[in-house]
Design a binder for this molecule. Sequence first.
Ligand SMILES: [Fe+2]
Length: 173
Amino acid sequence: MNSDVEIAGDPLAVPHLLPPVPAHPSTVAGFAGLARAIAADRAGWAPLVRYDATTRWYHRLRTGPGYEVWLLSWVPGQGSGPHDHGPSSGVLTVLDGELTERSPSGVRALGAGAQRVFAPGYAHEVVNDALEPAVSLHVYFPGLTEMPMRPPHALACTPAHRDVPPLRTSSLG
Ligand SMILES: [Fe+2]
Protein backbone atom coordinates (compact mmCIF):
# COMPACT_ATOMS: atom_id res chain seq x y z
CA MET A 1 0.00 0.00 0.00
CA ASN A 2 1.36 3.39 -0.93
CA SER A 3 -0.12 4.86 2.21
CA ASP A 4 2.44 2.87 4.16
CA VAL A 5 5.36 4.51 2.37
CA GLU A 6 7.16 7.20 4.29
CA ILE A 7 9.78 9.41 2.69
CA ALA A 8 12.62 10.53 4.87
CA GLY A 9 13.87 14.03 4.07
CA ASP A 10 12.25 16.47 1.59
CA PRO A 11 9.56 14.64 -0.44
CA LEU A 12 9.74 17.29 -3.19
CA ALA A 13 13.38 16.45 -3.75
CA VAL A 14 12.41 12.99 -4.98
CA PRO A 15 12.40 13.41 -8.79
CA HIS A 16 9.44 11.21 -9.63
CA LEU A 17 7.22 13.10 -7.20
CA LEU A 18 7.84 16.38 -8.94
CA PRO A 19 7.70 15.94 -12.72
CA PRO A 20 9.02 18.92 -14.66
CA VAL A 21 6.46 21.43 -15.89
CA PRO A 22 6.29 21.02 -19.67
CA ALA A 23 7.65 23.99 -21.60
CA HIS A 24 4.93 23.64 -24.23
CA PRO A 25 1.28 22.58 -24.12
CA SER A 26 0.23 19.40 -25.86
CA THR A 27 -3.48 19.11 -25.07
CA VAL A 28 -6.52 21.19 -25.95
CA ALA A 29 -6.78 22.30 -22.32
CA GLY A 30 -3.09 23.19 -22.41
CA PHE A 31 -3.47 25.31 -25.55
CA ALA A 32 -6.52 27.05 -24.09
CA GLY A 33 -4.51 27.73 -20.95
CA LEU A 34 -1.62 29.11 -22.98
CA ALA A 35 -4.05 31.46 -24.74
CA ARG A 36 -5.48 32.65 -21.42
CA ALA A 37 -1.99 33.24 -20.05
CA ILE A 38 -1.03 35.32 -23.10
CA ALA A 39 -4.36 37.18 -22.93
CA ALA A 40 -3.69 38.10 -19.30
CA ASP A 41 -0.35 39.65 -20.28
CA ARG A 42 -1.84 42.74 -21.90
CA ALA A 43 1.44 44.65 -21.65
CA GLY A 44 3.02 41.89 -23.74
CA TRP A 45 0.60 41.89 -26.68
CA ALA A 46 -1.04 45.33 -26.73
CA PRO A 47 2.02 47.28 -28.00
CA LEU A 48 2.33 44.87 -30.94
CA VAL A 49 -1.19 45.40 -32.29
CA ARG A 50 -1.64 47.34 -35.50
CA TYR A 51 -4.90 48.30 -37.16
CA ASP A 52 -5.10 48.37 -40.92
CA ALA A 53 -8.26 49.55 -42.64
CA THR A 54 -7.13 48.18 -46.01
CA THR A 55 -6.39 44.59 -45.02
CA ARG A 56 -6.78 42.48 -41.92
CA TRP A 57 -3.63 42.64 -39.83
CA TYR A 58 -2.04 39.55 -38.30
CA HIS A 59 1.25 38.81 -36.58
CA ARG A 60 2.79 35.49 -35.57
CA LEU A 61 3.36 35.95 -31.87
CA ARG A 62 5.16 32.70 -31.12
CA THR A 63 5.74 29.20 -32.31
CA GLY A 64 6.36 25.95 -30.49
CA PRO A 65 6.63 22.30 -31.37
CA GLY A 66 3.48 21.56 -33.33
CA TYR A 67 1.70 24.85 -32.76
CA GLU A 68 1.60 28.54 -33.69
CA VAL A 69 0.13 31.57 -31.94
CA TRP A 70 -1.17 34.49 -34.01
CA LEU A 71 -2.31 37.95 -32.99
CA LEU A 72 -5.01 39.48 -35.20
CA SER A 73 -6.76 42.84 -35.31
CA TRP A 74 -10.15 43.65 -36.78
CA VAL A 75 -11.36 47.17 -37.51
CA PRO A 76 -15.16 47.58 -37.65
CA GLY A 77 -16.54 45.80 -40.67
CA GLN A 78 -13.55 43.53 -41.27
CA GLY A 79 -14.22 39.81 -41.40
CA SER A 80 -12.62 36.53 -42.34
CA GLY A 81 -15.22 35.23 -44.76
CA PRO A 82 -16.47 31.65 -44.36
CA HIS A 83 -13.53 29.25 -44.02
CA ASP A 84 -12.14 26.24 -42.24
CA HIS A 85 -8.62 25.54 -40.97
CA GLY A 86 -7.62 22.47 -42.94
CA PRO A 87 -6.11 19.83 -40.66
CA SER A 88 -5.51 22.26 -37.79
CA SER A 89 -7.40 22.51 -34.53
CA GLY A 90 -7.56 25.91 -32.93
CA VAL A 91 -8.32 28.08 -29.96
CA LEU A 92 -9.74 31.53 -30.65
CA THR A 93 -9.59 33.99 -27.76
CA VAL A 94 -10.95 37.54 -27.92
CA LEU A 95 -8.47 39.92 -26.29
CA ASP A 96 -10.23 43.23 -26.85
CA GLY A 97 -13.49 44.45 -28.33
CA GLU A 98 -16.18 42.11 -29.60
CA LEU A 99 -16.31 39.71 -32.53
CA THR A 100 -19.23 37.84 -34.06
CA GLU A 101 -18.79 34.21 -35.05
CA ARG A 102 -21.15 32.59 -37.54
CA SER A 103 -21.03 28.81 -37.79
CA PRO A 104 -23.38 25.94 -38.63
CA SER A 105 -24.40 25.87 -34.97
CA GLY A 106 -25.47 29.52 -34.89
CA VAL A 107 -24.29 33.08 -34.31
CA ARG A 108 -22.24 33.98 -31.25
CA ALA A 109 -21.17 37.34 -29.90
CA LEU A 110 -17.67 36.90 -28.47
CA GLY A 111 -16.60 39.56 -25.99
CA ALA A 112 -13.17 40.04 -24.48
CA GLY A 113 -12.14 36.85 -22.71
CA ALA A 114 -14.41 34.58 -24.76
CA GLN A 115 -12.77 31.42 -26.07
CA ARG A 116 -13.76 29.04 -28.85
CA VAL A 117 -12.03 25.72 -29.39
CA PHE A 118 -12.52 24.10 -32.78
CA ALA A 119 -11.63 20.79 -34.40
CA PRO A 120 -10.08 20.21 -37.83
CA GLY A 121 -12.51 20.99 -40.64
CA TYR A 122 -14.70 23.25 -38.49
CA ALA A 123 -16.18 25.98 -40.70
CA HIS A 124 -16.99 29.44 -39.46
CA GLU A 125 -16.85 33.13 -40.26
CA VAL A 126 -15.56 35.78 -37.86
CA VAL A 127 -16.59 39.40 -38.30
CA ASN A 128 -16.21 42.61 -36.35
CA ASP A 129 -19.81 43.84 -36.43
CA ALA A 130 -19.14 46.30 -33.62
CA LEU A 131 -18.23 49.99 -33.78
CA GLU A 132 -14.84 49.60 -32.08
CA PRO A 133 -11.72 47.69 -33.20
CA ALA A 134 -11.19 44.18 -31.86
CA VAL A 135 -8.12 42.05 -31.16
CA SER A 136 -8.01 38.27 -31.05
CA LEU A 137 -5.48 35.54 -30.35
CA HIS A 138 -5.44 32.30 -32.35
CA VAL A 139 -3.57 29.15 -31.42
CA TYR A 140 -3.39 26.55 -34.20
CA PHE A 141 -2.19 23.01 -33.64
CA PRO A 142 -0.65 21.85 -35.86
CA GLY A 143 0.36 25.23 -37.27
CA LEU A 144 -2.00 26.61 -39.89
CA THR A 145 -0.94 25.41 -43.33
CA GLU A 146 -4.13 26.22 -45.20
CA MET A 147 -7.34 28.09 -44.62
CA PRO A 148 -9.76 27.02 -47.34
CA MET A 149 -12.54 29.51 -48.02
CA ARG A 150 -16.09 28.14 -48.00
CA PRO A 151 -19.20 29.32 -49.81
CA PRO A 152 -21.69 31.16 -47.55
CA HIS A 153 -24.10 28.23 -47.45
CA ALA A 154 -21.38 26.17 -45.73
CA LEU A 155 -22.42 27.95 -42.55
CA ALA A 156 -26.10 27.07 -42.89
CA CYS A 157 -27.47 25.07 -39.98
CA THR A 158 -28.69 22.16 -42.11
CA PRO A 159 -26.31 19.15 -42.01
CA ALA A 160 -26.60 18.64 -45.78
CA HIS A 161 -24.75 21.91 -46.32
CA ARG A 162 -21.82 21.24 -44.00
CA ASP A 163 -19.46 19.23 -46.13
CA VAL A 164 -18.82 21.50 -49.07
CA PRO A 165 -15.55 21.68 -50.97
CA PRO A 166 -13.10 24.48 -50.26
CA LEU A 167 -12.92 27.36 -52.73
CA ARG A 168 -9.48 28.87 -52.18
CA THR A 169 -7.05 29.68 -49.43
CA SER A 170 -6.99 33.08 -47.79
CA SER A 171 -5.46 34.86 -44.82
CA LEU A 172 -5.92 34.04 -41.16
CA GLY A 173 -9.18 34.01 -39.29
FE1 LIG B 1 -11.07 30.68 -38.34
